[in-house]
Design a protein around this ligand. Structure first.
Ligand code: F6P
Length: 579
């Protein structure tokens, strides 16, 4: 059989849109992306998904013994297996045709070219520039950015290494033993997730992450720390986020109460795009690390927002992390669509969400150190693709799914029951490393982890028939009548989809590749849904209402005129507080 990309090169009788990067400003792009469900490819795909649901997945394996080879792709040692989905040759061809007709390649090129594809905020989307080499020549709105990126990387490397080697100390010349990052959303989830993921590479101070405005978070974190040896990083793109500002003020008080107001400068650093606001907080300019409005919060781990990670693992490993992501960028830009990991992952995601109508997907890392990866992806994916208005201002029929998950094997003993036998179909995304970092005498752990991961995807796909269930009970010595009654409860329907991402070992470059893979996957899906993945207006209303409710909670203003639920709850709060 010829390689997949040869077979896919043939013209498929569909009209491919000749969209170029330069004509792809939002307005011009709308007409090509607002036809959800109407283009020939989309209509064809809906029919295919229906047929696939009837046919299932098992039979695809019996029909084609080399299915794994046909429906997997790799970038170096990162393997994507999507063979345990209901996508067949024709569906893949049609999905790729749809991606072309929705302008995935042209829009990708526009993004890399620095065009303001985030048109509701009139911004470029250039987090890839943060992990690029100067020769890559990234420009935002035609202005070169690599010089500024390199300067910040150099400054944060010098600061991180100074903290790590003890040349940068606290006000009393005490070595920094603990770094507390104060931030939320993209200013927390990325560095918190990655710092945990790369724990084997830690040789710097301990790192802690405070995000929640709930005072318990900062109080419990500071309880065990010594102000003299603690450094705070205030991370906020806008430097206005109420949670971060409130926690930063608490941290400032904690330092000045213990060490005096003069010590504040030695115990704080900041990461922000709002340099003037940081200066007002009292942080010296050489401790402020900037980034730019073309870096979305949830795409900012590669910027100075990664400072706590860099302090933990060192500048060299941080550069390996960036290099891994850059490798994925190059792959995304250049690999044929049928071999392109972010494109394939996006197409699988769209197939499940928009065509099979599965409302959620579970991300299950069989890698304990990726335990925050699902939470990280929740922001990356749902804040990007949880939209109801398309590029043309019209309501879209469907957008991104609910993303959730927990590490395996723990999930197996919690919610996998529902995934195997519940009435909803939930596609699962397994992530697992072939190798652990633990010593050889612990190898059995990794063997068990791998066996469990593969067993879950096999069980989801194969299932167990009524005959098999009954026979198993009879073989175990059960009476026939009893076996007939119990067997239906032990049936697994099977034909439940999953994909597996397998990597050699969770090292900095692999983590970089993985994150960039998911970033670009979100982008690909957004083009298929016809939405802008890079704004997040949906978080604003709650923030506005919270601000207006603060004086109501404190009793400065009354709850009169609010809906009866809100007013009733405010009255109950006042009663419970005795106010
Ligand atoms: O509320 C959502 C959000 O704006 C995210 O997009 C962002 O990552 C987070 O808040 C934190 O914002 P900032 O870094 O400006 O404090």
């Amino acid at each position: 059989m010829p390689p997949i990309h040869n077979r896919l090169k043939r013209p498929q009788g569909r009209r491919f849109l000749a969209t170029t990067a330069s004509n792809i400003m939002a307005g011009q792009f709308m007409s090509q992306t607002s036809d959800s469900g109407a283009s020939p490819a989309a209509a064809e795909l809906t029919g295919m998904a229906r047929q696939a649901a009837d046919r299932g997945i098992r039979s695809l394996f019996s029909d084609d013994p080399s299915r794994y080879l046909e429906f997997s792709a790799a970038l170096g040692d990162l393997v994507l297996d999507y063979s345990k989905t209901s996508i067949d040759d024709d569906a893949r061809d049609a999905l790729i045709a749809l991606a072309r007709s929705r302008g995935v390649e042209a829009r990708r090129d526009a993004m890399f070219a620095g065009e303001p594809i985030n048109f509701t905020e009139d911004r470029s989307v250039l987090h890839m520039a943060l992990r690029a080499e100067p020769m890559d020549g990234f420009r935002a709105a035609r202005n070169p950015v690599s010089g500024a990126v390199a300067d910040v990387l150099k400054a944060m490397s010098a600061f991180a290494e100074g903290v790590r080697n003890g040349t940068i100390t606290g006000a009393r010349d005490t070595q920094i033993t603990d770094v507390v990052n104060i931030g939320i959303g993209g200013s927390d989830l990325g560095p918190a997730m990655a710092t945990l993921a790369l724990a084997p590479y830690h040789d710097g101070p301990r790192t802690h992450f405070v995000s929640n405005v709930d005072g318990a978070h900062i109080a419990d974190t500071l309880k065990t720390l010594d102000p003299a040896s603690t450094l705070f990083i205030i991370a906020s793109k806008t430097f206005t986020t109420i949670e971060t500002m409130t926690n930063a003020a608490a941290a400032r008080r904690w330092i000045s109460d213990a060490l005096g107001e003069d010590a504040v400068g030695d115990h704080f650093a900041a990461v922000s795009t709002a340099l003037d606001k940081v200066a007002d907080f009292g942080i010296a300019s050489e401790r402020i690390f900037g980034f730019w409005d073309w870096v979305g919060g949830r795409y900012s781990i590669w910027s100075a927002i990664g400072l706590p990670l860099m302090i933990a693992i060192g500048a060299s490993d941080f550069r390996d992390f960036l290099a891994g992501a850059r490798e994925m960028d190059t792959h995304f830009r250049t690999a044929p669509l049928d071999q392109n990991l972010p494109v394939l992952l996006g197409l699988v995601g769209y197939w499940h969400r928009a065509l099979c109508d599965y409302p959620t997907r579970a991300v299950i890392p069989y890698d304990q150190r990726l335990s925050r990866f699902p939470a990280y992806l929740q922001q990356l994916d749902m804040e990007s693709n949880g939209k109801r208005v398309g590029l043309d201002g019209e309501t879209v029929p469907v957008s991104g799914p609910v993303v959730w998950g927990e590490p395996g094997t723990n999930g197996q003993h919690a919610f996998f029951q529902l995934i195997h036998q519940g009435t909803d179909i939930i596609p699962v995304e397994f992530l697992v490393g072939a190798n652990a970092h633990e010593p050889a005498e612990m190898r059995v752990h990794q063997d068990l982890l791998l066996a469990n991961c593969l067993a879950q995807s096999e069980a989801l796909m194969r299932g167990r028939t009524l005959d098999e269930a009954r026979q198993q009970l009879l073989d175990g010595g059960m009476e026939r009548e009893q076996a007939e009654r119990i067997a239906p409860h032990r049936v697994f329907p099977g034909d439940r989809p999953s994909i597996t991402l397998l990597y050699r070992q969770l090292d900095p470059a692999t983590l970089g590749r993985l994150i960039a893979l998911y970033e670009h996957r979100v982008f690909v899906e957004a083009q298929l849904y016809g939405i802008n993945a890079f704004d997040q207006w949906g978080v604003e209303l709650g923030k506005e209402l919270a601000n207006r409710l603060v004086p109501v909670i404190t009793g400065e203003t009354s709850a009169e005129g609010r809906d009866s639920s809100t007013a009733g709850l405010v009255a109950a709060i006042h009663k419970l507080r005795g106010s």
